[in-house]
Design a protein around this ligand. Structure first.
Ligand code: SAM
Length: 220
């Protein structure tokens, strides 16, 4: 349960020098480089590992609820750092319940990318409130994302894909990327190819459903 992991009381209480010892020197969050990418429910960390070398200057973090999975990702990152000196210093993971604690980790407009890749479907109507994309949670994500920042979602469950797309389409602070923008963004291809879930789906020849939106300033 939640009582087994520490929760920072605010974003300024997260000591990122522990996550990125070579890049963030002190716990003084006012002057340090900040995390910009968040992979929510990162699972085994495949996407982050790919992004780490694609965006070597950007700090990124995975948020994962399962303790053992989080430990695995930590070990994976440490091993990569050891084997590739100077690389993978910009990637880390934290065990937390993202549906409760995103505001404890990120300040307003801190993030430029958020990922929700192959989230758990929660099929039953009464469980929709447990879905990681909902109108209410999108308010929180809009707060953490800067204007121009991008939210990436993908699933192999058609109903969930429709749900995520309709939540985003209905939210005043998000607008869909155009086909041209999707094709120009190298990250879009990684949603399936770099994630463990995406690889499983393509091995089984399954279909995927994406919804990729930009944080905008709402027209008042
Ligand atoms: N994104 C990864 C991928 O595409 O390979 C993993 C997808 S897996 C189906 C969903 C992950 O979300 C699981 O590892 C699960 O533990 C995690 N998860 C579920 N609810 C969560 C929550 N409230 N906070 C953080 N992680 C959560």
């Amino acid at each position: 349960s939640d009582s087994h992991f520490p929760v920072p009381i605010s974003p300024s209480h997260v000591d990122y020098s522990l996550h990125y010892p070579q890049l963030v020197v002190s716990s003084d969050t006012t002057s340090s480089k900040k995390v910009e990418f968040a992979d929510i429910g990162c699972g085994f960390g495949g996407l982050l590992i790919s992004l780490a070398t694609l965006f070597p200057e950007t700090l990124m973090i995975g948020m994962e609820l399962r303790d053992k999975v989080t430990e695995y990702v930590k070990e994976r990152i440490l091993a990569l750092r050891k084997a590739n000196p100077g690389q993978y210093q910009n990637v880390s993971v934290v065990r937390t319940n993202s549906m409760k604690y995103i505001p404890n980790y990120f300040q307003k407009a801190q993030l430029s990318k958020m990922f929700f890749l192959f989230p758990d479907p929660h099929f039953k109507e009464k469980n929709h409130r447990r879905r990681v994309i909902s109108p209410y949670l999108l308010d929180e994500y809009a707060y953490a994302l800067r204007v121009g920042g991008i939210i990436y979602t993908i699933t192999d469950v058609e109903e969930l894909g429709e749900w995520m797309n309709s939540c985003l389409a209905g939210h005043p602070m998000f607008e869909a990327l155009t086909q041209k923008e999707l094709e120009a963004d190298p990250v879009v291809k990684l949603l399936s190819s770099a994630t463990e879930e995406g690889q499983k789906v393509s091995r089984n020849g399954g279909q995927t459903f994406q919804a990729i939106y930009r944080r905008i300033t709402p027209i008042s």
